[in-house]
Design a protein around this ligand. Structure first.
Ligand code: GDP
Ligand code: IMO
Ligand code: MG
Length: 431
């Protein structure tokens, strides 16, 4: 029997999925991204080197691991090539990368449309990464999208391109944006195809083959966080895919039974980039301190991240939706030095205690967090490698998170490096 493990973001993204994926990738046969695109920014640190990945899976540093960009992703071939160039400059040349022939393709008009939609929203803008992710997913569902496999058949690609431009050029014109010439896009993409074609294949078949192989370990790497889920997040301030483990079967092309153990990656506090409700947001020097200590600036856009206390309402909600079996509590070291640390246990909405986030932004914005306070610790924890080495108050803090959410602590991260990781649930070591 093969082993599977899913890594998902359980807050608003940037929880440390890259670090956790890389940690397990050192022993994974396969790492699969199943949704999102180059809106993601996943940081990986080991041996004194720091890398940032956008759409390439975080197992890319392990030459033996097959890295798969699944059909549920939106793939920008220009940005994939740029990412590969960047890796090459850093000496990362020995890797295995496969791209699904069924993955939707980000076309050059998508970032332009992303920008124009944002501009037209005025003050209600989402604060997207402007990578064209929303428009690319929209085109997929409107069925005017192109797919990565189209690049393998120039005649078919040309046909699909012309059909898409028939619609998109009209829309671009209407919005006062530049239009596209089929010949130029064709030439540009056929050049990209020369490089990417050897990697494009039926990845569902590839993953299923690994799943059928005894003792193979297949890791699924989520992007974004579940509060940014198109269905269950703080709509409309969300991304355009579902980061949940529930997306794995569709986005990878496997049966749902393969989703078993799910690590929910959560910061020991919360952050959010872009607009939208954030009940536990801090607008004071405590928040500023956390931002500086945690280097909380966006990996993709460089924007300062908004900071807030750990929100157990959000964590319970995403744990339930995502089938989270273990927490990976990240950046615990960043909370060192605080006298007290608050945790939001419930919301108060219009005078009533509620246990789950309401569905509208209007109601969410009226929610007042109900807090409990936990005593902090002053000891440097960045060198701790076992649970027992952590100061008592740090242990009490994470134990409270487990109690409030009903999910066990699987692992704890005390620094950005691969080694700064504490495994608490020994079952995770099986992977
Ligand atoms: P992702 O999008 O979920 O992969 O997360 P990002 O890479 O965008 O952001 C997480 C940031 O936190 C990165 O800069 C990581 O290097 C850093 N990081 C991860 N774990 C820890 C930790 O335990 N402590 C500290 N101080 N930084 C961490
Ligand atoms: P990782 O994988 C944090 C946010 C954007 C914006 C909203 C919609 O690194 O955790 P989009 O470009 O997806 O249409 O933007 O979602 N967002 C992220 N925030 N981490 C991410 O990815 C994000 N990907 C998208 O800031 O608010
Ligand atoms: Mg990120």
């Amino acid at each position: 029997m093969s082993e599977t493990l899913v890594v998902v973001g359980s807050q608003w993204g940037d929880e440390g999925k890259g670090k956790i994926t890389d940690y397990f990738a050192t022993r994974a046969d396969m790492v699969v991204r199943y949704q999102g695109g180059n809106n993601a920014g996943h940081t990986v640190m080991f041996d004194g080197n720091k890398y940032s990945l956008q759409s390439i899976p975080s197992g890319i540093f392990n030459p033996a691991t097959v890295n798969v960009m699944g059909n549920g992703m939106v793939v920008n071939p220009v940005s994939v090539c740029a990412e590969l160039d960047k890796l090459q400059e850093r000496g990362v040349t020995d890797y295995k990368l496969r791209i699904s022939s069924r993955a939707a393709m980000v076309m050059p008009w998508h970032p332009l449309l992303d920008g124009a939609y944002e501009q037209s929203k005025g003050k209600a803008l989402i604060g997207t990464t402007k990578k064209g992710i929303g428009p690319a997913y929209s085109d997929k569902y409107s069925r005017v999208g192109l797919r990565m496999g189209d690049l393998l058949d120039p005649g078919y690609f040309r046909e699909r391109l012309e059909a898409a431009l028939e619609v998109k050029n009209r829309e671009l014109q209407m919005l006062g944006l530049p239009t596209f010439n089929a010949d130029e896009v064709y030439d540009q993409y056929m050049k990209l195809a020369e490089r990417l074609a050897p990697m494009i294949c039926d990845t569902s078949e590839l993953i299923n083959e690994a799943l059928r192989t005894d003792n193979d370990r297949v890791l699924f790497e989520g992007a974004q966080g579940m509060m940014l889920c198109i269905d269950h997040g703080t709509y409309p301030f969300v991304t355009s895919s579902s980061p949940s483990a529930a997306s794995v079967p569709v986005g990878a092309g496997i049966a749902p039974q393969w989703v078993r153990k799910v690590v929910g990656v959560a910061k020991a506090y919360c952050t959010r980039v872009g607009s939208g409700p954030f009940p536990t947001e801090l607008h004071d020097t405590i928040g500023d301190g956390i931002r500086e200590r945690g280097h909380e600036y966006g990996t993709v856009t460089g924007r300062p991240r908004r900071i807030g206390w750990f929100d157990a309402v959000v964590a319970r909600y995403t744990a339930q939706l995502g089938g989270i079996t273990d927490w990976a509590i990240m950046l615990l070291d960043v909370l060192t030095g605080l006298d007290t640390i608050s945790i939001c246990t419930d919301y108060e909405l219009d005078g009533c205690r509620i246990k789950n986030p309401p569905s509208t932004i209007a109601a969410l914005e009226r929610c007042k967090p109900v807090y409990i306070e936990m005593p902090g610790w002053t000891e440097d924890i960045t060198g701790c490698r076992t649970y027992e080495e952590l100061p008592e108050n740090a242990r009490k803090y994470v134990e409270k998170l487990a109690e409030l959410t009903g999910v066990q602590i699987g692992m704890i991260s005390v620094g950005p490096d691969r080694r700064q990781t504490i495994i608490v649930d020994k079952e995770l070591e099986k992977f």
